[in-house]
Ligand binder design. Sequence first.
Ligand SMILES: [Zn+2]
Length: 200
Amino acid sequence: MAKIQCKMCGGMNELREGETSRECTYCGMLTTFPRIDTEQREQLYNRAEHFRQANNFDKAANVYAAILDLDGEDPEAWWGQLISKYGIEYVEDPANHERIPTCHRVQFDSILADPDYRNALKYASETDRSIYEKRSAPHRGDTEEYPQDIFAGGALRRLHLLQRSRKRRTHEGFPASAGHLLSAHEQGIEGLFLAHYIGR
Ligand SMILES: [Zn+2]
């Protein structure tokens, strides 16, 4: 059995042969997994996940690209490349323990038009395709929490979550008000602002 990390929580899951989606043993989220047919592919995926979970998105993208060099029809590698491009970190929502995709990188084009996204959908099985689509739908309620900024509503909510999570991890204080975050963005501070986002 192949052992592959869950891309949401990093938990190591054992996959049955041919199994490409199920609920993670650790975080319980329904997610896709790569088709593992060789030891080389298993090693490459674990390497890519290692980098991505450390928020080392460039190195992760390089490994996904290497997988695509071997097999250009691997949907999970297209997806991995996509979420590396958007700098996705799956942050646990303390309210319900769901993993919320949080972007570290600004992308101004819609994910739905992204070639990596389209390839992931194109080569995925029907079941996996519906999971990808669900994960890329806008997050309902994003703009309700911060209605003053419809465009950035989702971004701010996720930033908020990310900062709360960081605060727990590091015991450092972070400004967490929407207004403060928005002004940080307006000042051009790099990093944690989400323009277009992958929802759940
Ligand atoms: Zn998981």
